[in-house]
Write a protein that binds this ligand. Sequence first.
Ligand code: CA
Length: 234
Amino acid sequence: MAQILIIEDEKRISDFVSKGLAIEGFTTQTAATGVEGLGLALSGNFELVILDLGLPDMDGFVVLKKIRRVDEHLPVIILTARTSGADTVAGLTSGADDYVPKPFRFPELVARVRLRLKSAVRESESAPNPDDELLRHGDLTLDPVRHLVTIGEEIVDLSAREFDLAEMFMRYPGQALTREQLLNNVWGYDYDTASNVVDVYVRYLRNKLGASRFLTVRGVGYRLVEEKHYQPEG
Ligand code: CA
């Protein structure tokens, strides 16, 4: 799996990103300053860089320019609270491959990471991506690329949040997922952790996809029942 470098001085955010990417199977390393980040980025050990613009010692754009002077191809995704259009343009013209404004939702970031890694692979040789494959649970199928959920032959109408939550469960079948993990991955790190939104949305999924698929893990959160133990109701 790809090794990803996160250059970000705000620990809360670098922790959030690196934990999330670890769940997705990536190996990460973080750097809290531009100097440290630049050294690592040019070490040749990383396949992708996530770069914050507001760093304590130098501007992220400077880091990016220095990377580009040496390495034209290393995918760089800029992560920043600056949301002005001028900055987006500056980021893309200075050699960034993508630009994710803060606050961001994790699935959005990981989708961009995968996309950048995939196009980097495509440049060398084309390989099928297992993450594009259909996720299945009994008669339930989720197509991450077409954003489509079906039970048997029937299409189930899910909101974007319901879809992201269902995808999260289906990527980790049988695994207890904490409310915090679900909240971080589906709603984003700056969402109020005291909120009961996860419980509310699990209730929606139970109604739409079948109550017996989603088990409550007392004091922790929820898990998708193992397929072999799943008994469709009715
Ligand atoms: Ca910063």
